[in-house]
Design a protein around this ligand. Structure first.
Ligand SMILES: *Cc1c(COP(=O)(O)O)cnc(C)c1O
Length: 413
């Protein structure tokens, strides 16, 4: 596509946008262009009422009866099945529970147990920090029987050998946005006898995936990014059906027991994906996540992908035309090679992002020098992207980011 570089051309694209209707599913503040839905998805319109209903009716009136009558106890599987459609998995292969960090630990541990005698967990340097930290914690827990080995992404295929128990990668990289070839690497890992564990935090709700087609073994993903589940929303875990009955995860809490209300002393894992559960689900958080996932109802992930590539491509075209040479592009230039966000490097990245946020364009900053912009097709338009770049151009031309107040670092960037 040749870039439409006028605002009118952007408005014309918006008029033809098959996803334009979805913006109305969100409650977005006036005067803000939100380019951070890859970090915290926007608030769906349905969420506040659903939370009020669950609080006042299901909890307030139903009290403990609501575990049955309001279906609370089934929520992890029900919402998991809803997410399954978005990632190309079977409805009985996904469950919502815990955080991404905790799920990664559970599934990495289970993977190592499924591959006895193999002493390597393979990943890449610069993977999302919590993934590496959790794997380091697991290795320490296993007392040195297993080690974490990180090799650069272009050398992963050759590092897959008979020592590797599990390959743990983030499908879309959290800063660069680079996409791994899930099917290719899964096949390569399996040929070496290893399992794969994919972190789908920056992929789910951003681009189509086919976990079944790729033959993926295990996966985890985040509920509060493109899934719009709210701050700290529960995460999900995927286990391919063929691995479920043999899967032993270390956090063997009662909610993953075959019969939690039999109250027996000995742990017996539930059949199927339910064994990934640990403790009691956070019902209100699960309600909000359900509303977030529902914003994808009637939406095809192929449409999401097409619009995502169009929005982020427009952003880069505009930057190159209006601010040539000012930022260094960290993400792949080819839209098909990146997820739904774009990172730019600039030595003054932090104050520039702070100035943008003060002017209503919300992105985020990742140390040491990256400005990150997320493009969420359900609630962004091409004119939003055009306007955001106009504001960035003004900030750079007038050097407004040099104002001292923008240098003060906040706890969360
Ligand atoms: C956001 C994200 C997480 C988040 O983990 P939490 O346990 O929710 O804090 C994990 N991994 C990746 C790749 C992420 O992008």
């Amino acid at each position: 596509m040749t870039a439409p570089l006028t605002r009118e051309a952007c408005a014309a694209l918006d008029r033809d946008d098959p996803l334009a209707f979805a913006r109305d599913r969100f409650d977005l503040p006036e005067g803000v262009i939100y380019l951070d839905g890859n970090s915290l998805g926007a608030l769906p319109r349905a969420t506040a009422d659903a939370l009020a209903q669950q609080t006042q009716e299901a909890w307030g009136r139903g009290l403990i009866r609501s575990w049955n009558s309001a279906g609370w106890i089934d929520a992890p599987l029900r919402v998991g099945a809803r997410i399954a459609r978005l990632i190309g998995a079977g409805a009985d292969e996904v469950v919502v529970t815990d955080s991404t960090s905790v799920n990664l630990f559970k599934l990495a541990s289970a993977a190592v147990a499924l591959r006895p005698g193999r002493r390597v967990i393979l990943s890449e340097p610069g993977n999302f920090p919590t993934d590496l930290y959790m794997l380091q914690g697991l290795c320490a827990q296993l007392g040195g029987a297993v080690e974490l080995k990180c090799v650069p992404r272009d050398r992963i295929a050759e590092a897959l050998d008979e020592t590797v128990a599990v390959l743990v990668l983030t499908h879309v990289h959290y800063t660069s946005g680079e996409v791994f070839d899930m099917a290719g690497l899964t096949a390569r890992a399996q040929a070496a006898g290893a399992l794969t564990l994919w972190d789908l935090s920056h992929s789910t709700g951003a681009l189509p995936m086919d976990l079944t087609g790729a033959g993926a073994d295990l996966a985890v993903g985040c509920g509060y990014k493109y899934l719009n589940g709210g701050p700290g929303a529960p995460a999900f875990a995927y286990v391919a059906r063929r691995h479920q009955d043999g899967l032993r995860q270390p956090l063997s809490g009662w909610m993953g027991h075959a019969a939690p209300f039999a109250f027996v002393d000995d742990y017996q894992p539930a059949a199927g994906i339910g064994r990934v559960l640990c403790g009691t689900p956070s019902v209100l958080a699960m309600t909000a996540l359900d509303c977030g996932v529902a914003t994808f109802d009637g939406v095809e992930m192929a449409q999401v992908r097409a619009k995502s590539m169009s929005l982020s491509g427009l952003f880069l075209d505009l930057l190159e035309a209006r601010l040539p040479g000012v930022f260094q592009l960290v993400s792949p230039r080819n839209a098909a090679d990146r997820g739904s966000h774009v990172s730019l490097a600039h030595p003054d990245g932090y104050p520039i992002m702070a100035a943008l946020i003060a002017d209503g364009v919300i992105g985020d900053f990742r140390a040491p020098d990256r400005l990150r912009f997320g493009f969420t097709p359900l609630y962004l338009s091409h004119t939003d992207v055009f306007d955001a770049v106009e504001i960035l151009v003004r900030i750079m031309r007038e050097e407004r980011w040099r104002d001292r107040r923008f240098a003060v670092r906040q706890a969360v960037t």
